[in-house]
Design a protein around this ligand. Structure first.
Ligand code: AMP
Length: 398
């Protein structure tokens, strides 16, 4: 039986995973890619192989109410498919590495405990990321696990880009701008020399537009700034998070409305952004299909904020050579891409509307001063690369 390795990306209501197989000493190949969605509501398992052939697509027992139960459901599906196979390692996406962890690390109990302390800085992701490590540790205590951090790719920003302008004594405890979605940006930076060699060494803004959304400014393939900061609340409007907010608003919530810290946290992470503005949905596809003015306003604000932040990062880079779209909205919504490109035409983006509507890789005209691209992200592959290199395994080939 071939050896296996797993990549897990555990969220609050979903568990995304990739199964890699090693048919011989040299190669790792993707054997399956899938997710358990609707954890705690209507859990469903869907899995495809590397060619897109459906391996599983079925509802799960309603007992799959949390991350532990989701890992159990995944383990039972894996056993049914590859009974007796050895698991050589498990790689995880961890949203926040804090001051201490920017490079991928092999998990220890001490590191796990350090990462638990960062839960208040990423309550929407960190507890679920760490619960997956715990769940694997319980079931496969001898299998090495690797944590890969979403903050890691942004380490090395200039002092001024990292600064939070509060009193120094307060900032000493690690209060600085970290940036997130780093695994997505790192993957795209790694394939830019193939996809768009003419801009790979230049000044590039990547727009990761999904349920969470942010921008990254790249110079010569390295992150120099990001729209996200200390937590994953800053910058762009997101599915349920507001993006940049006047801090006075938060004071108002506490002082004038008398909300508690937990209530404010819930509002900022789960009730704002597209959902808060529209009162209808946090899902861009859903909002684009609706006629209600509130749905339109939510999309308008999403586009407005993205264009505004692109202008800010273009200033950081003193102009840009390319604008790249990725993640659920960036890869799939030609309408949102069109509107953001039109709002960025002053920078020199000249959209090729046909290429954009057809979902081509390059979506700007040949004469566009700034080229625009759609590049599908692959955070799981990036985690796999880090995991294999730390564990001394071969790199996956695809
Ligand atoms: P992600 O977090 O990267 O999985 O992205 C999720 C977001 O992508 C949700 O807001 C989806 O509505 C959005 N999305 C996925 N497909 C489409 C599409 N065809 N058109 C518009 N938005 C989409």
């Amino acid at each position: 039986m071939d050896d296996h390795a797993l990549v897990l990306n555990a969220g609050s209501s979903s568990l995304k995973f990739c199964v890699f197989q090693r048919p011989n000493e040299k190669d790792w190949r993707i054997a399956a890619r899938g997710q358990i969605e609707g954890i705690g509501i209507a859990p469903r398992l869907s899995v495809k192989d590397a060619q897109g052939v459906v391996l599983a697509d079925n509802n799960l027992d309603a007992g799959v109410t949390d991350g532990h139960a989701a890992i159990d459901a995944l383990a039972s599906w894996l056993r049914s498919k590859w009974h007796g196979a050895r698991v050589l390692g498990v790689g995880h996406r961890i949203v926040h590495g804090g001051v201490r962890y920017s490079q991928p690390v092999i998990m220890t109990r001490q590191i796990l405990s350090d990462l638990h302390e960062l839960i208040p800085l990423a309550p929407l992701h960190q507890p679920y990321n760490l619960a997956a490590i715990d769940a694997v540790l319980e079931r496969l205590p001898d299998v090495p696990q690797v944590a890969c951090f979403d903050t890691g790719f942004h380490s090395g920003h200039s002092e001024v880009a990292e600064l939070i302008p509060l009193p120094r004594s307060i900032c000493k405890s690690g209060l600085r701008r970290y940036g997130f979605h780093g695994l997505s940006y790192e993957y795209i930076a790694s394939i830019l020399p193939e996809v768009a060699p003419e801009v790979a060494k230049g000044k590039v803004i990547i727009a990761h537009l999904g349920s969470g959304a942010s921008l990254c400014a790249l110079r010569d393939g390295k992150s120099v700034d990001s729209s996200l900061g200390f937590t994953a609340l800053d910058g762009l409007c997101m599915g349920t998070r507001p993006g940049a907010l006047d801090p006075g608003v938060v004071l108002y919530l506490f002082q004038s409305l008398g909300l508690t810290a937990k209530e404010v946290e819930k509002m900022l992470y789960s009730q704002s952004g597209l959902l808060g503005i529209s009162g209808i949905s946090n899902d861009m596809r859903d909002l684009l299909s609706r006629r209600e003015p509130e749905a339109r306003l939510a999309v308008d604000y999403f586009v407005y904020r993205a264009a505004k932040e692109i202008g800010a990062l273009a200033a950081v880079l003193s102009g840009i050579d390319a604008l790249i779209f990725t993640a659920g909205i960036g890869e799939n919504s030609s309408e949102v891409r069109r509107r953001i490109c039109e709002a960025s035409s002053w920078l020199g983006v000249d959209l090729d509307t046909k290429a954009n509507a057809n979902g081509e890789s390059r979506i700007s005209t040949a004469q566009s001063k700034v080229s625009a691209w759609v590049v599908p992200t692959n955070e799981e592959l990036m985690i796999a690369r880090h995991t294999w290199s730390l564990l001394g395994l071969m790199k996956p080939v695809s």
